[in-house]
Design a protein around this ligand. Structure first.
Ligand SMILES: *[C@@H]1O[C@H](CO)[C@@H](O)[C@H](O)[C@H]1NC(C)=O
Ligand SMILES: *[C@@H]1O[C@H](CO)[C@@H](O)[C@H](O)[C@H]1NC(C)=O
Ligand SMILES: *[C@@H]1O[C@H](CO)[C@@H](O)[C@H](O)[C@H]1NC(C)=O
Ligand SMILES: *[C@@H]1O[C@H](CO)[C@@H](O)[C@H](O)[C@H]1NC(C)=O
Length: 346
């Protein structure tokens, strides 16, 4: 399907201003066979996206740069890098500001899989996306292994992997970020996610589940294990009230994506702001939250917050540091708050 070996391939349509001409590259001329037999899915070189909005054809909203649809049994692997070439607004010359993603408001995801099953993504590096780096939508049986997602902290977007309507996801030995579920009152269904052997350094969040308020659906059976953090502001976070750009910008809503069965096992390292931030909704509390062997210590003396634990039920076991994750107590004998019945199905 796609092979980029040992070369820098720059997929660069001409600027829209130059009479709307676009350039099409055939992957066949880069060595792909496309015969349905040869394994063409290796990225060993660097793929560079057009550097700004001005380079994209105007006709279509570029919601993603590389879009894979309706695939079954497909793997992208290799030692290459997919570079979205998005820089922070501050680093763009004044003359080029109008081409910037931030100004255009239409920011593409770097790689998106839609309605695809048995998909593997291995070893590649993703960087500098104007939006989320890797997204799976309405897909299933996904294996992500040994990928690196790294973008500077002041990038337009540092989201790692977005999962939407996706089941059976196995993410190993990678650095990941997480996406927002339930945006625009949508239905979000995510289940059976295992993320392990994760290193996160110098980041705002370590492992975070964020769901937009007003969303519907469920997040079930998610496990984060063997997570090492260093200098991370908030290593463990659940936010059921997510609203991009601050709470003032979203209409308040009691609906929330239901979160049940999230386990944090062996999460260790240092934080710079708050070790644990579990902010679940009054209407749909988080249930079945397990922490086992969580050990987080301050990176340095500073303004630090106590762990927050709001409307989150489950159990803590093994070594837990710091203590005081108050609401996370054994649910035996604990009266679970009544919640309204669901009027949707996942
Ligand atoms: C992980 O990916 C990197 C970069 O592509 C590669 O050099 C390394 O060999 C991979 N590790 C394994 C265990 O496959
Ligand atoms: C500004 O954009 C032009 C293309 O329109 C590009 O050639 C040039 O390198 C950019 N300059 C900077 C400083 O980003
Ligand atoms: C939970 O997800 C894991 C994958 O992480 C899967 O192996 C397991 O069967 C799931 N458990 C249930 C009860 O579905
Ligand atoms: C939503 O509720 C929060 C907490 O009560 C409040 O701070 C915020 O201003 C409200 N936002 C809107 C848009 O009403």
């Amino acid at each position: 399907m796609l092979i980029v070996a040992g070369a820098i391939l720059c997929l660069l349509p001409a600027p829209a201003s130059s009479a709307g001409r676009t350039t099409t590259f055939s992957v066949l001329s880069f060595g792909a066979a496309g015969d349905g037999v040869a394994d063409d899915s290796e990225i060993d070189g660097d793929m560079l996206a057009p550097p700004g909005m001005g380079y994209w054809p105007k006709a279509r909203r570029p919601l993603q740069w590389l879009n894979f649809k309706w695939l079954n049994g497909f793997t992208i692997q290799g030692t290459g890098t997919v570079d979205g070439q998005s820089t922070s607004l501050q680093r763009v010359s004044p003359a080029n500001v109008t081409q910037h993603w931030y100004v255009s408001g239409v920011k593409p995801t770097l790689i998106r899989f839609y309605s695809s099953f048995n998909v593997g993504v291995r070893n590649i590096r993703l960087t500098n996306s104007p939006q989320c780096h890797l997204k799976f939508d309405s897909s299933g049986s996904i294996k992500v292994k040994n990928i690196t997602i790294s973008s500077p902290g002041d990038s337009l977007n540092t989201d790692g992997i977005h999962l939407q309507n996706t089941r059976n996801v196995d993410i190993r030995s990678s650095s990941i970020g997480c996406g927002g579920l339930g945006k625009d009152n949508s239905l979000a269904c995510v289940s059976d996610v295992l993320a392990e052997h994760i290193n996160v350094e110098n980041a705002l969040y370590g492992v975070r589940i964020k769901t937009w308020q007003g969303g519907k659906g469920t997040v079930r059976n998610v496990t984060f294990s063997n997570v090492r953090v260093a200098n991370v502001a908030t290593p463990i976070a659940i936010d059921q009230f997510y609203c991009d750009g601050g709470s003032g910008r979203c209409r308040n809503s009691t609906d929330a994506v239901d979160i049940a069965g999230v386990a944090y096992r062996r999460v260790v390292g240092t934080y710079t702001y708050q070790p644990v931030h579990l902010a679940c909704s009054d209407a749909r509390p988080c249930t079945g939250v397990t922490m086992a062997d969580v050990s987080l210590s301050p990176a340095s003396a500073g303004v630090l917050r106590q762990p927050l634990c709001w409307k989150s039920y489950g159990q803590a076991m093994g070594m837990i540091e710091p203590t005081g994750i108050g609401c996370l107590q054994r649910s035996d004998g604990f009266v679970m708050p009544l919640t309204r019945p669901f009027n949707y199905s996942c």
